[in-house]
Design a protein around this ligand. Sequence first.
Ligand SMILES: Cc1cc2nc3c(=O)[nH]c(=O)nc-3n(C[C@H](O)[C@H](O)[C@H](O)COP(=O)(O)OP(=O)(O)OC[C@H]3O[C@@H](n4cnc5c(N)ncnc54)[C@H](O)[C@@H]3O)c2cc1C
Length: 562
Amino acid sequence: MTALFPDAAAIVSALGSFLDPDNTFSRTECARLDVEEEFPAAICRDLDRLGLPAQYVPVAQGGRLHDHAALVHVVRRISRRDLTVAVAHAKTFLGAACVWVTGSAGQRARLAGDVLAGVPVAWGLTEPDHGSDLVATGFAAERAPGGYRLTGVKWPINNATRGGLMCVLARTGETAERGPRALSLFLLDKRTLPPGTIECLPKTPTHGIRGADISGLRLSGAPAGPDALVGEPGTGLDTVLRALQLTRVMCTGLSLGAADQALQLIHEYVRERFLYQRLLIEMPHVRRTLGECCARLLLAEAVSMFASRSAHTLTGELAVTSALVKAFVPAVVDELISVGAEVLGARAFLTTVYADGAFAKLERDHRIVAIFDGNMAVNRNAVVNHLPALARYGDGAEFAAAVRHAATLDRPLPPIGELSLRSRTGTSVLRTLPSAVAELRGPARELGDALVTVAERLRTEAGRVRPSVRDVPAEAFELVERYEWAFAAAAAVHVAVANRDRRSTEPWWCDDRWLRGVLTLALDRLRAPLPAGAEQVFDELAGTLTIAERPSILPAADMEGE
Ligand SMILES: Cc1cc2nc3c(=O)[nH]c(=O)nc-3n(C[C@H](O)[C@H](O)[C@H](O)COP(=O)(O)OP(=O)(O)OC[C@H]3O[C@@H](n4cnc5c(N)ncnc54)[C@H](O)[C@@H]3O)c2cc1C
């Protein structure tokens, strides 16, 4: 099969081998930059030259963005090499997203010009005293002749210093007013602000992504003309919550790349390490662990691909879909990394002995994905707010075609529709699960039936949770965590059924192997009884790794070129 995402393949292959220390974007260079806490400027310049910024700009504005799965994938391919680089570069999409969602034609055109020229764009939501609580934003925008004057501090912000532009959330209402309508968004051109009104705060040392520009911005009466206002006054939070639906899905690409990298390092180690007169990979426990890691990656990939494609076909559900995947994918990849660290033993801990210390770096770097762009608790809270809709009954037949479209990986996508703050229809993925499972055969069918039973139980539990804006019960978060697993597994079923023609031809697809693996993993996590011997699929997955190195449901052409 040809590549689904040719742009990503072209960019990656033009970068040259990551393992060649003479290349700018090499493992050796990334390790050095990390030790020196130095920004990967030359690598980012290369990515600009190769056209990566165009992936962040919608086609209508002269860019290449028309398919959010392609955006996830290109971010994954860069993250697979180095998360610091990916976080530093892809931040521009996050900074620009609000303008793509509600900016005026002029703002969109100007911003597109800057992004395509390689100007980094930052996104300033967080303030020292207000993290997740965006409604409490204190950064002030006061009316002044000719527009507004902005005063306040945004910190910690990715690319706050290097960014030429920053999209900031500011309070335009009265200081005492604490409501969503008191906030507005501004796209600030830092390059044009008068001296004395702008100060970039120093780089803040970080646990991971050590080379990234994590700093801040202090404004003191900085002028902003009316053309800096994004959307109507008072619509800032609304716009941010819509844009986050797109950025949260994109962030799953960071985790997928981290998982690719982790699994590659683990696999290389266990197939070369010789202990007890045999290779480590020949030990049953190690093989099982390796297979489980493959299943984690495949499940994360399936739900991420589904979610990013469903942004186009089930846009009205993206409020809940994006929260589910942003909570789930980084968590399952953190788990993969943690289990992998156990297999690597000392080599996961020693920073100069194995693969330039890449695993330890990866472990540190990936921690950030679950923290920014809405941490896990914030995303789970968003899902809790949707529980009444998730509990609603109905087979979702009216959305079956949209689900199938999203799940069919090579089917072209329509443009994204209207983003909505709430999904009134819950998640069609789970509602249409029984009909998709009915298309499975053999052992996969047995696992699918078990998933349907679990999903029905979750639906009943969701119906019992009483919505509460302030004191959300702790149990609801645990329920959402289980819901994420069921959602991810259901998305995997839809993807497997919709692309069944690949079953006989590709190693991961053969005999429903990847699907059986991810369903076994998810059902085990959901404490559902498993058919006898189901776990052996993990050994099959580990075996498949030896013939088809990169675990993926995508065509091999999408994963080559390192
Ligand atoms: C490296 C790095 C880069 C960053 N880049 C940016 C950026 O570019 N732009 C930007 O705006 N921000 C950025 N941030 C900030 C990041 O988004 C914040 O860390 C995040 O908003 C949460 O704020 P906080 O960490 O202060 O946690 P707090 O808001 O203080 O929350 C602390 C903890 O409380 C719990 N909690 C919070 N809310 C809830 C809830 N609703 N329900 C249950 N529990 C809850 C969670 O466990 C949470 O971790 C960055 C942070 C880092 C570390």
